[in-house]
Design a protein around this ligand. Structure first.
Ligand SMILES: [Zn+2]
Length: 240
């Protein structure tokens, strides 16, 4: 009798846990319009690299990531992807996630809904010809308004910004990039890095900071994997 009762209680507990999971899922979709950081207690982080691919910087970045066995998320521009499709193929073969950064890096907030949609669709089609249709979107410059978010949402995209920005595109020293990232990293961080122009300190910085973060117990995952760590309890985190 006692063991029956215990089993019943366990059943109820599991049911409650399952229901809570369902509610958490719904909340994720309903409330998280933009992801900037993933609230989690796990030491997982995502490296995101914007504006590529570029004939000179992308091979350097991919070589470092391959050497370190790290999978990153590349927010590519449609016009650059069209110019360097073989680099997208290589990135996919290396296990990286390919995401949409619009077509031409223009400010989407200055566009009509139709123009903004076209920027998304053109890039989407170029990527989809090479690999899986992307599910993540980051507006150029991180600039967005209701129209931009609505066009992204209509196409099933999750809009993702970042929580840690070492300004690598402004060409600080390799040490400055490493120090900024290592000092500010936290569980669930989304690190913003760049490709698409030359020279950048980014590849050399990655070579150092990946080892330092691993020594501190961090694990690198793609953005889609990082979103799986989203913990609803607590407030703040990455909501916007
Ligand atoms: Zn960009």
């Amino acid at each position: 009798m006692a063991s029956l009762l215990r089993r019943g209680l366990w059943g109820a507990a599991i049911l409650v846990a399952l229901l809570a999971g369902t509610i958490a899922d719904n909340r994720f979709h309903a409330e998280v319009e933009i992801v900037k950081k993933v609230p989690t207690t796990h030491k997982v982080v995502a490296l995101t690299i914007d504006d590529g691919p570029h004939y000179k910087t992308t091979p350097e970045l991919l070589a470092v990531l391959r050497k370190k066995q790290v999978q990153a998320t590349l927010f590519v521009l449609g016009e650059n992807a069209a110019r360097n499709p073989e680099m997208i193929t290589q990135a996919v073969a290396d296990g990286h996630e390919i995401a949409n950064h619009a077509y031409s890096h223009k400010d989407l907030t200055k566009m009509t809904a139709a123009q903004c949609g076209e920027e998304l669709d053109k890039t989407d089609q170029i990527i989809a010809r090479i690999t899986a249709k992307p599910t993540l979107f980051r507006p150029p410059g991180g600039l967005y308004n209701e129209t931009v978010l609505a066009e992204a949402r209509k196409r099933g995209y999750t809009t993702v910004l970042w929580s840690l920005d070492p300004h690598d595109w402004q060409r600080p020293s390799v040490d400055q990039v490493v120090t900024t990232v290592v000092q500010h990293i936290a569980p669930g961080s989304i690190v913003l890095l760049h490709d698409g122009q030359y020279p950048l300190p980014t590849a050399a910085a990655l070579d150092i900071l990946i080892d330092q973060l691993r020594s501190a117990g961090y694990e690198f995952v793609t953005l889609s994997q990082l979103l799986q760590y989203y913990e609803v309890r607590g407030t703040g985190g990455g909501r916007s």
